[in-house]
Design a protein around this ligand. Structure first.
Ligand SMILES: *Cc1c(COP(=O)(O)O)cnc(C)c1O
Length: 490
């Protein structure tokens, strides 16, 4: 009978097996999970095992059946949504943390790196001096930031929304291009999804400051409690950056919290060609960035930054619990910092957000930046932005391509066109389906002013100009074939 060995003693050997499987996976030479000849489901679909197979067999199954049928997301040519595979530094750091520090609390090197990496990240992204907390993704990071905004707004009028709930009508101002997690955050925070006032954008997808001012004045008359103005530093759809300086000044004038959603786009500040678009970021009361997007962290790493974490503490602290006995007591001053006890929790990140148990994410961000430095990150961001601009320049010159949204960062929205074809949405939808089936260059689609666009978004560390050349070749080839087919039908 197999007895699970907590002390494996041969992790080295097992990780080497796993590493070989992962190296093979990253060559992307295997047929993908959806390939008809692939029978992984039959292999994996077993009844609940009464007896285990042992760790060697688990490792073999991972390497032979599970890993080869993984996701296309890490492929260099995958440019859908805003997501990518983890870099090696991230993989190593998260593996290390899963063994050596399962929790971020208690005084450890991992707890220390949580804070150090937040400082590094803030400095790299133009948020010097702000204090941070990690969470699982942009969704939670926005929730935490807006929880801070809610606390701030209601404390000013003598309420504690965290303790007593929200009893007044609130208003949050965000552009019509904002990420839908802003609405969900408002729902979860008890403000209501309908508390969002969606402000119109110009044709470049940037919020109109005039429209924001009008909405603020109109709402004031209605007596709604203003919670936050939300600016985008890189919209999910097109990568547009709101006029942060103007929005920040309006928010300050009306004494409203200014939140910047930079989940995707904040590292864009590293590209000198667009860094001026981030002017006004210093006016932000809170901002978020997702290291699991452009920085190549494994999924599950986002950061919220605020001026003063005490506000987050008041927004998210738990009622005192017996099982945390001792955790909140003053450290015995007679003990040196090296003689800490079990109830020294280090920085209590669990009180600054909604997660108690949480993996160490700081070590991942530390490893990423430690590996390639700010200059390495800058080169990646510049390379990706240049790739999006290259697509736009190429499409402008080509009679069968049309740019639908000029790139700001690493997203380019464009489509295939042909003068004799009326339903271009239909053509591009079919083109996209074929592209995805070929499984090499995989953008997603979106709508830009009502028109269907192909939308490559480059954030992956493995994506380079070859992905752009390949995508353009495939779009022209498939588009041409489909257009000929439609003509022959007609
Ligand atoms: C991706 C994204 C989010 C959500 O982030 P997740 O990490 O997917 O939860 C929020 N805002 C913006 C602007 C985004 O691009």
């Amino acid at each position: 009978m197999y007895d699970e060995q907590a002390e494996t003693g041969h992790l080295e050997e097992l990780l080497a097996m796993l590493g070989a499987g992962l190296d093979r996976y990253l060559k992307f030479e295997h047929p993908d999970a959806l390939h008809p000849g692939n029978h992984w489901r039959e292999v994996l679909e077993t009844p609940l095992p009464q007896r285990g197979v042992g760790i060697e067999q688990v490792t073999r199954d991972l390497v032979e059946t599970v890993i080869p049928n993984g996701s296309p997301v890490p492929r260099p040519g995958f440019s859908s949504f805003i997501t990518t595979g983890a870099t090696t530094a991230s993989t190593l750091a998260s593996t290390a943390a899963s063994i050596a520090s399962p929790q971020r609390y208690m005084l450890t090197a991992f707890n220390f790196l949580e804070e150090l990496s937040l400082h590094w990240l803030a400095e790299m992204c133009g948020l010097q001096g702000m204090q941070g907390v990690y969470s699982s993704g942009g969704s939670v990071a926005n929730l935490v930031a807006l929880g801070g905004a809610r606390q701030h707004a209601f404390e000013k009028i003598g309420h504690d929304p965290a303790a007593d709930g929200v009893k007044l009508q609130a208003a949050v101002y965000a552009s019509e291009e904002c990420h839908h997690t802003i609405q969900r955050s408002c729902g979860v925070l008890g403000l209501g999804r309908h508390s969002i006032n969606l402000i119109s954008c110009n044709s470049a997808g940037r919020m109109k400051p005039k429209a924001l001012e009008q909405a603020l004045v109109a709402d004031r008359a209605k007596g709604r409690v203003p919670i936050a103005v939300v600016g985008n530093a890189g919209t999910t759809n097109t990568g547009a950056i709101d006029p942060l300086q103007a929005l920040g000044e309006i928010a300050a004038e009306h004494a409203i919290w200014f939140h910047v959603d930079g989940a995707y786009g904040l590292p864009g500040i590293l590209d000198e060609q667009v860094s001026h678009l981030f002017r006004g970021l210093e006016l932000a009361d809170s901002a978020i960035v997702d290291p699991h997007k452009w920085l190549g962290a494994s999924v599950g790493v986002a950061a919220t930054f605020v001026r003063d974490r005490q506000l987050l503490y008041r927004a998210f602290t738990q009622e005192p619990a017996d099982y945390l006995e001792g955790a909140v007591e003053q450290e015995d001053p007679a003990l040196s910092s090296f003689q800490h006890s079990l109830d020294d929790f280090g920085i209590p990140y669990f009180d600054f957000g909604v997660e108690l148990s949480s993996p160490c994410r700081g070590v991942v961000v530390w490893a990423l930046i430690h590996e390639i430095g700010v200059e390495g990150m800058r080169q990646r961001v510049k390379r990706h932005n240049a790739m999006a601009r290259h697509i736009a320049a190429f499409a402008r010159r080509h009679p069968n391509l049309e740019v639908l949204a000029e790139p700001t960062l690493s997203i380019c929205c464009f489509r295939y066109v042909s003068p004799d074809i009326a339903d271009l949405d239909h053509l591009n939808k079919r083109l996209h389906r074929r592209l995805i089936r070929e499984n090499e260059y995989m953008p997603s689609t979106t709508r830009v002013q009502g028109r269907l666009a192909l939308r490559p978004c480059y954030v992956g560390a493995r994506a380079d100009q070859a992905q752009v050349d390949g995508l353009l070749e495939a779009v022209l080839r498939i588009g041409g074939k489909l257009a000929r087919g439609i003509r022959n039908e007609g």
